[in-house]
Design a protein around this ligand. Structure first.
Ligand SMILES: [Zn+2]
Length: 340
């Protein structure tokens, strides 16, 4: 019951305080130089009086600049907004990955450092706003990104010695290379045209070929699932499914749907005997391409030899596959067979 006794004096106190505050507001609103305690008057009151009272404007500016200063201090002490582009990476031994730190504005990128807790698995090749991570040996490492204010973010790196297989939205990637053959399909909705990097690489190659009087052009690039369905169905009607399967992919299984494959100049077997085909076979790896269905590997790739069909895999892998005379199937140790 003690609370009830205190209530009345408390109410009187609050009423008096409210009246005092109000008189200050009115006083400052009248344009007089107010000798009030700044801490009592809120910044909202100052905003209302900005046009009427110069001293209030000055005061308001001070409050605003105080707020700005506080915001700056907050950015420097709170890890909010600091995040990493990746928190989970799977890598094959010898491969590298990039982790980007998304720093809040006003933070110097020199203030961030990346640290690996297991350098025999993953080491930091380059640190900064963008870190380059190299997979050294099998195992797991935790990469910590640390700002000099103490804020931290982590990324787990799992390193294996086998191809890293990832299925993202129904698409299979091995060591980051998109895989499509008779065993691996693409979803119907996948693909929106030629891949820009592959396309650029092609035209760079064509330009260099031109200097040697070799003319290369794309006769078939991207093909949608629907387009492939029509083509495949046509071939089946014409020549029967068994035959069609040796040279035409079923919908979802065509490399052309990846936007990374192109048919160059001609799709007839006679192309193999041209100067252009010879040049293509000898040089395309330098631009990141491979002859995807080589001669003598029909049982491995699942397709007959196509001297005109090139697939973009990037320079590094293209050089490796060409030097060792390997198909993607052999390199990744996979099949190319329809399940039915
Ligand atoms: Zn093709």
């Amino acid at each position: 019951m003690r609370g009830d006794i205190i209530k009345i004096p408390e109410m009187i106190y609050y009423i008096l305080m409210a009246a005092a505050s109000l008189s200050i507001v009115i006083f400052s609103g009248c344009g007089k130089t107010a000798a009030y305690d700044e801490s009592i008057v809120s910044s909202e009151v100052n905003v209302q009086n900005m046009d009427k009272d110069n001293s209030a404007v000055t005061n308001n500016k001070k409050v605003m600049s105080d707020q700005l200063n506080m915001r700056e201090v907050n950015l420097k002490t709170e890890p909010e907004g600091f995040e990493l582009s990746k928190t989970d990476i799977r890598l094959r031994v010898g491969k590298q990955a990039v982790i980007r730190a998304r720093l809040p504005e006003g933070i110097d990128r020199k203030q961030i450092v990346f640290i690996s807790d297991n350098i025999s698995t993953a080491e930091i090749v380059q640190s900064g706003e963008t870190a380059l991570i190299k997979a050294v040996g099998e195992g797991t490492a935790v990469i910590t990104a640390r700002l000099n204010n103490g804020a931290e973010q982590k990324c787990t790196v799992v390193v294996t010695d086998k191809p890293v297989v990832e299925v993202i939205d129904g698409v299979t990637y091995m060591d980051g290379i998109l895989i499509v053959n008779k065993s691996y399909a693409l979803p119907e909705s996948f693909g929106k045209g030629l891949n820009k990097t592959a396309e650029k690489a092609f035209y760079e190659m064509a330009e260099d070929a031109e200097k040697e009087n070799i003319s290369l052009r794309i006769v078939s690039g991207f093909r949608s699932y629907k387009k492939q369905s029509e083509l495949y169905e046509g071939y089946c009607n014409e020549r029967g499914q068994e035959k069609a399967d040796t040279f035409s992919a079923r919908p979802g299984h065509s490399e052309h749907q990846t936007g990374l494959a192109m048919d160059v100049n001609s799709v007839y077997d006679s192309f193999a005997y041209t100067r252009e085909a010879k040049w293509l076979a000898e040089n395309c790896h330098r631009y990141g391409f491979i002859i995807r269905y080589p001669e003598g590997k029909e049982d491995i790739t699942g397709y007959k030899y196509e001297s005109w069909h090139i697939r973009y895999v990037g320079k590094e892998l293209a050089e490796k596959l060409t030097a060792k005379n390997l198909t993607l199937e052999e390199y990744f140790g996979i099949d190319s067979k329809y399940s039915d």
